[in-house]
Design a protein around this ligand. Structure first.
Ligand code: ADP
Ligand code: MG
Length: 403
């Protein structure tokens, strides 16, 4: 059975016109003899009537401390509305379709409201619809806990729903439809030269997504990779082929090498970084970093020297970090408004000179490097936010990604 998961993001279902484009994609798959299983996000962005952020704003204007359980119940509504609207469009065009909540689609989670982990997916109801030739239109971003509470899956949750459902129904492909032509060599909003990447490995997309490229959630990439299902990123609004995400290996690898022998595949950036520098030789590292961990502060870049500890976190932790450091009575300096720029490429492993090239390029553009970190397939630099666009564009050019 040729099951294809088709996930449509917020902008794809935002307007009547865009929803018609969505319906066309689903109908095309159906007419090609495939079995589409559709996953949808809520309609539009903050300010749009049924967008999740709008619903939250509405309720928190009454009382900002709404309980997590109720908040999840509310946050699940946007996707449900979207699923019902799209189902109705498909029915009006003469196709059989049925809307499903995450719970009805068999997505069972733990009880962590706002960021629930999926424990299992029971695809029984989905298969039942497919067997009756009915198109399932599933509300993304949500599930149900074993105790019967509606939960949501956190940021990028609809991408995760799509991959999990794909895995559960053993889909042939997972298609993520959005408002750009695929995964690009950099964020197109800040780098006009960014180009669509035709083929890329799961690992590289994971790294890009994990380093801030918003186009797909890293968890969704991990799940598709685990299930070994090809993942496509496509534009809802045109017929371009998009990006194909696969394992590098064998024949594919040779083709890929021929089509792209660049060291760097793409550049991602993440704003809102806060750098902390602690000076002094008598600091109890173990105690300090244990306290940070106990407060659920995840550390991004870290360098430890005998006389100095240098680390970077999300700036949402600023207040709590200041409190902890004051309690520990250590001398520290904060640098806020930082951005982490990450260059990703599987082919850079073991190749000398990549870091030197990056440093030279940033120096040439008068961009101060605050900290660096690297792994086998990534190199990242921390810089001031004000230099983000300049740095991404310069590195993009330096590594010839726009060609
Ligand atoms: P959706 O609502 O469809 O889930 P998102 O806003 O989550 O869409 O993701 C798509 C957006 O991701 C694009 O509009 C683009 O601005 C942004 N983006 C950031 N980095 C990249 C990248 N490397 N490639 C493509 N898009 C990117
Ligand atoms: Mg998204």
């Amino acid at each position: 059975m040729d099951i294809v998961i088709q996930k449509f993001g917020g902008t794809s279902v935002a307007t009547e016109q865009s929803r018609n484009e969505v319906a066309k994609k689903i109908i095309k798959a159906k007419e090609e003899g495939k079995k589409p299983v559709v996953v949808v996000s809520a309609m539009g962005r903050k300010g749009d009537p049924y967008a999740t952020d709008t619903l939250i704003e509405f309720v928190s204007s009454i009382n900002s401390s709404i309980p997590q359980r109720e908040l999840d119940l509310l946050m699940s509504c946007g996707e449900i509305i979207s699923a019902v609207v799209l189902t109705n469009i498909l029915i009006s065009k003469g196709y059989k379709a049925s809307a499903m909540t995450g719970a009805q689609a068999g997505i069972i989670t733990d009880d962590s409201f706002g960021n629930a982990d999926v424990l299992m997916v029971n695809p029984k109801n989905i298969f039942e619809l497919i067997s009756k030739d009915i198109i399932p239109v599933i509300a993304g971003f949500q599930g149900i806990s074993q105790t019967g509470n509606i939960t949501t899956l956190g940021r990028g949750g609809s991408d995760t729903s799509a991959s999990l459902i794909g895995e559960a129904v053993k889909a042939n492909t997972i298609e993520i439809y959005t408002d750009v032509d695929g995964i690009m060599t950099a964020d197109p909003r800040i780098c006009p030269d960014a180009k669509v990447i035709e083929k890329i490995s799961y690992n590289e997309v994971f790294q890009l997504a994990d380093s801030g490229a918003k186009v797909i959630h890293p968890r969704a990439v991990e799940i598709a990779m685990r299930a070994n299902i090809p993942l496509f990123i496509k534009n809802t609004f045109n017929e371009r082929p998009g990006t194909c995400i696969i394992h590098y290996g064998g024949e594919e690898n040779n083709l890929l090498k021929k089509s792209n022998n660049r060291l760097i595949t793409g550049i991602a950036h993440r704003n809102n970084r806060l750098q902390i520098c602690i000076e002094g030789e008598n600091i109890d590292d173990e105690d300090l970093f244990s306290t940070l961990a106990e407060n659920n502060i995840s550390i991004d870049i870290i360098n430890i020297f005998p006389e100095r500890k240098l680390f970077t976190v999300d700036d949402k932790y600023k207040e709590i970090i200041i409190k902890i450091l004051n309690q520990k009575n250590v001398k520290f300096k904060l640098t806020d408004n930082c951005c982490k720029i990450t260059l990703i490429g599987e082919r850079m492993t073991g190749v000398p000179g990549v870091m030197a090239k990056i440093i030279k390029c940033l120096n040439k553009n008068n961009i101060t490097i605050l900290q660096t970190v690297d792994s086998l397939t990534t190199i990242a630099c921390l810089i001031h936010n004000s230099n983000t666009t300049k740095a991404v564009m310069a590195l993009h050019k330096e590594f010839e990604l726009g060609i």
